[in-house]
Design a protein around this ligand. Structure first.
Ligand code: PLP
Length: 463
């Protein structure tokens, strides 16, 4: 078994040149000090459906759908056409003093899908700016309401919310803060709701009680008059696809409501079909947040766009305040971008025209097939929901102890997978998969077979 090669006349030279030029001029995200500005990551040249082709001509299944975003798959002509058409009709307008039709129509369609009274949308350029917008809105609203001390933000260990200063301050994965400053004085982090890593001997239900009690204690100790928001990914994505215990999200939501703390659901990954619905908060978990942040799958990655759905109630509070001249001094040049919104509208059409149904129908097979990998000695757990999944490797199956970081098991598995025709997202001792929603049963079989061989090869290297 080896990755299929496309016709690559000249491509290998191109790959070398690409790397050489990148090493001179391109700064990649998340570099290490030793490599900064001189990294040699693999180059990608084309995509089609669930596949991408790299600059060496290898055809690979795009296991992470880019970065959890290419939900409709690569090379969708409808999306490319609408991008072109909108660019020719109106490529840009200033959101400061004008509007455009695609952003208005999209806001109505998103409001129809959003739960409760989340009827308003503020568009951003991606997920970090969406989270930043939600937090700045919370701060603004509390200033206007005369409670300037109610600003602390509660996030969780294991969570990821972005790379701007405040959004990054909420992150709680290993290494996120080792070398980076953060607004730590504004953030309190609760335990990660990871059932696989719950204290030994504790049932999942008791673990859930413990997590809720921890939040209650933090509220009591800090004072609800100082806490502005709780932010949570319904399923933690880059923390390792962590599905919280049954009942956790509704109970955390209720605690927020009881204490006048805004519940922000960070659905940057879970929305737009990843869990089979446009938004997952209500349809999958039965909760209505005060705000929902989204990005990625909203355009299937064809154009950078994000946003925040905001509850009408919050706007009514502001309108009733004594500060009608108070300004939410926040906006981005590319807020409400007409091309992004036009692409998002077409992407919603695709989701409605069968892709959501397909995602819901195929997810059972996807999860069950990956679960078969749990018979491998290196695999501690395969977990997932919808079309997101994680394989967590362990030092041994009795203790389930994590493997030491320097073994870079995720990267090793990823390397073998790439040799065989699959991209996965390595995360320390884990591999994450979130393929385009168009994936078929036979493509899932192909993925799982490559994963099995790659994990076995990695296991052999470690003994
Ligand atoms: N929130 C979540 C849950 C994410 O997974 C991400 C990115 O992976 C972000 C926010 C940040 O989004 P972006 O990278 O588009 O700024």
């Amino acid at each position: 078994m080896a990755a299929k090669r496309e016709e690559t006349i000249g491509l290998v030279d191109t790959a070398k040149e690409m790397i050489a030029t990148a090493q001179k001029h391109l700064v990649q995200p998340w570099p290490t000090a030793g490599d900064i500005g001189a990294e040699a990551r693999g180059g990608m040249v084309s995509g089609d459906g669930i596949y991408v082709t790299d600059s060496e001509g290898r055809r690979l299944i795009d296991g992470p759908a880019g970065m959890w975003c290419v939900n409709a798959g690569h090379r969708r002509k409808e999306l490319a056409d609408v991008l072109h058409e909108q660019a020719m009709a109106l490529s840009y307008n200033s959101p400061w003093y004008t509007m455009n039709q695609p952003s208005v129509t999209l806001s109505q369609r998103l409001a129809d899908y959003a739960p409760g009274d989340l009827d308003h949308v503020f568009y951003t350029t991606g997920g970090s700016s969406a989270v930043e917008t939600a937090l700045r809105f919370m701060q603004f609203a509390n200033n206007v309401k005369g409670r300037p001390d109610k600003k602390m933000i509660i996030s969780r260990q294991g969570g990821y919310h972005g790379s701007t200063y405040l959004s990054a301050s909420l992150n709680g994965r290993p290494r996120d803060h080792d070398w980076m400053d953060s607004a730590s004085e504004q953030v309190i982090k609760l335990s990660c709701p990871n059932p696989f890593r719950r204290p030994e001997g504790m049932s999942e239900q008791v673990f859930c009680d413990f997590l809720v009690a921890e939040f209650r204690t933090v509220i009591e100790k800090t004072g609800k008059e100082r806490i502005g928001a709780f932010i949570a990914e319904p399923v933690m994505a880059s923390g390792g696809v962590i599905i919280p215990p049954q009942g956790y999200l509704p109970r955390m939501r209720a605690l927020c409501a009881d204490n006048d703390i805004l519940f922000i659901a960070d659905e940057v990954v879970t929305a737009f079909g990843r869990l089979g619905h446009v938004f997952a908060s209500q349809d999958v978990f039965g909760i209505t947040p005060d705000m929902i942040t989204f990005a990625k799958g909203v355009t299937s990655g064809y154009f950078p766009l994000g946003g925040v759905m905001i509850s009408s109630r919050l706007f009514e509070d502001l309108r009733r305040s004594n500060h009608s001249d108070a300004m939410f001094a926040h906006g981005l040049t590319y807020s409400s971008h007409p091309i992004g919104c036009a692409v998002a509208l077409k992407n919603l059409d695709i989701l409605e025209d069968g892709l959501l149904d397909h995602a819901r129908a195929i997810s059972g097979y996807f999860q069950a097939s990956l679960k078969t990998l749990e018979d491998l000695p290196l695999v501690g757990e395969v977990r997932g929901l919808g079309l997101m999944a994680c394989i967590e490797c362990v030092a041994d199956r009795i203790s389930n102890n994590p493997l030491t970081l320097d073994l870079t098991v995720g990267k090793r598995i990823d390397g073998h997978c790439q040799d065989l025709g699959l991209l996965v997202r390595p995360l320390i001792n884990m591999c994450v998969m979130s393929p385009p929603l168009t994936i078929t049963p036979s493509q899932i079989d192909e993925m799982v077979s490559i994963l099995r061989t790659s994990i076995e090869r990695t296991q052999d290297e470690l003994v």
